[in-house]
Design a protein around this ligand. Sequence first.
Ligand code: PLP
Length: 389
Amino acid sequence: MLAKVDLKIPFHRSAMGEEEVRAVSDVIRSGWLTMGSRTFQFEQEFAQYVGAAHAIAVSSCTAALHLSLDAIGIQSGDEVLVPTNTFTATAEVVTYLGARPVFVDIDSSTLNLSVEDAKNRITPRTRAIIPVHLSGLPCDLDEIHTLAKSYNLHVVEDAAHSLPSSYRGKRIGANSMLTAFSFYATKTLSTGEGGMITTDNEAYAQRIRLMRLHGISHDAWKRYSAEGSWRYDVLEPGFKYNFTDMQAALGIVQLAKCDAMFQARCQIAKTYDEAFGSLEAVEIPTISSDRETSWHLYILRLETNRLRIDRGRFVNELMERGVQTSVHFIPLHLQLAYQRLYGYKDGDFPNAEKEYLRCISLPIYPSMSELEVRYVISSVEDVLDKFSR
Ligand SMILES: *Cc1c(COP(=O)(O)O)cnc(C)c1O
């Protein structure tokens, strides 16, 4: 039985400390708030951390994905392969360019896109594939690159969950020509809102730097600084996707804590694995030995045939015990917009639907205390005790 304690465990709590407060205060006092020297420092440190030649900071991962698709020249009539179990941002950016997101079913064991299913959906119009490392677990990148090579596809990784993750010894961010990260409030490194693109390609880096700030000529960000000038050229109709030095101040402090925050999540995942690994009514994540997950999410899967309640009720039962959970993700082919625009319908992607109906994301973040982790575990056990058959 669950001890009666009044714990409320949110799905996420940000890990900002006094150091972040001081860093942002320093920026505010400096008199320069938007993109400037701190942003460039953060970019350099980030590039070095993941092992990429260039890192370009932008306003969100959505912007990072949009700018990446712009850089590779995606246009109207093109098709881009996207896993169906992702956040809408991954597919929505494809529509920004008038191209069509073509959904791909998942591999049930990893919850990442099935490379085999992706291959079956390639047409003469397919130009790119956006693998999403769900929960931080890297996709089968070697297989994806092999497929991309034989069909001449660009690979743009959605790494919103994957700092720090690694694949066959290389950090995510250093495996494909373009990788997009998120610094949204709930992500593993946060600047409140924000994103980053990493690339080894000089031409892409230049294009993205140009397009993130209105397509105006290099150094235009300086035009209100002491060494700036009023004169600038508009080279392209670009976007307003730049970063700010206030975000960069947070990012620099957070990046320095990234490894420690990762270790804290690893410890929580290990505790969950040990508690749930031997239970028959749930399935824990399996990570193959050639890759490392960031543990952005801990996705538990319910063996629903061993339970008298469904996933929705399971979420509610945990909520009643004070434990907030989430579900990643409602497959995009079940969402009204994509059904209306592209004719997708329920039943189109059986693996994704099956896993969607039995997955639940447990709280996992560095500021969780041992007591809170234990409380989540005993709450899950309590629900299982009550509703197993
Ligand atoms: C959070 C998220 C995004 C979008 O990130 P933003 O920084 O909020 O734009 C994209 N893809 C996935 C898989 C995400 O979880």
